[in-house]
Design a protein around this ligand. Structure first.
Ligand code: ADE
Length: 226
């Protein structure tokens, strides 16, 4: 999957893609991530990327031109399956949406700032708007990193144990059961004996029971697909 991220804060992506699973996916060439500084596409001498809103009001608006030029350049080089804008009023990201988006080959992700982006970008370029939750972040960068993480880990070959993404919480409308590792007894706090029994059938039964119990308690409604 090729991901082109458009941002005015490119350094914000130094961290998330240089650690752990995402780093490995990039190194293996499974995820090909390109960060573009929107400021590089300005044509004004101050390299401004924002301006006052027409009609007044609080905050600045990200200008149409540099974003349009950047998206047009990318689209002239290859086809994209989606041009995504990270926005608190977009479709709420959940596991189902992540599963669907993980099938894309090439995507553009636009990170907004200030009071938002000039509406003409949304009208003419954006094909999908995604929110990572019902709260407002200061910019779309952290949201874009969350989206990328949720997509990339689902691409075959990224996780060592291919089944582990399938057993994630939410994949079967169930929360994952509790997990334990050594020592089996820490200060008298014991791991459940069944997990040490070696009896695969009993272990799987226990895991399913715990997953159902947890889901009912923490996310009533989730089992019905809510
Ligand atoms: N930009 C600001 N807040 C956001 C959110 N909750 N989700 C996605 N993008 C955002």
């Amino acid at each position: 999957m090729r991901i082109d991220i458009l941002t005015i804060f490119p350094q914000m992506f130094d961290g998330p893609f240089n650690q752990s699973i995402l780093k490995r996916a990039v190194e293996k060439g499974i995820a090909d991530i390109h960060i573009h500084d929107i400021r590089d596409f300005t044509t004004n001498k101050h390299r401004s990327v924002d301006d006052y809103p027409f009609g007044g009001g609080a905050g600045m608006v990200m200008m149409v031109e540099p974003i349009a030029l950047c998206i047009e350049k990318l689209k002239s080089e290859r086809d994209y399956d989606a041009v995504i804008y990270m926005s608190p009023d977009g479709e709420l990201l959940d596991q189902k949406l992540a599963n669907r988006c993980s099938l894309y080959k090439n995507i553009i992700i636009l990170c907004g700032h200030y009071k938002g982006i000039d509406e003409r970008i949304r009208e003419h370029f954006i094909t999908k708007e995604i929110s990572i939750g019902n709260y407002v972040l200061s910019g779309g960068e952290l949201a874009a990193a969350v989206l990328c993480d949720s997509l990339i880990r689902l691409i075959p070959g990224v996780l060592n144990d291919e089944t582990s993404a399938l057993s994630d919480s939410f994949q079967d409308n169930l929360i994952s059961p509790p997990v334990y590792t050594r020592p089996a007894d820490f200060r008298g706090w014991k791991a459940p004996e069944v997990l040490l029994s070696g009896n695969e059938k009993l272990i799987n039964q226990w895991k399913l029971e715990k997953a159902i119990e947890r889901t009912k308690k923490r996310r009533p409604g989730m089992m019905e697909g809510e």
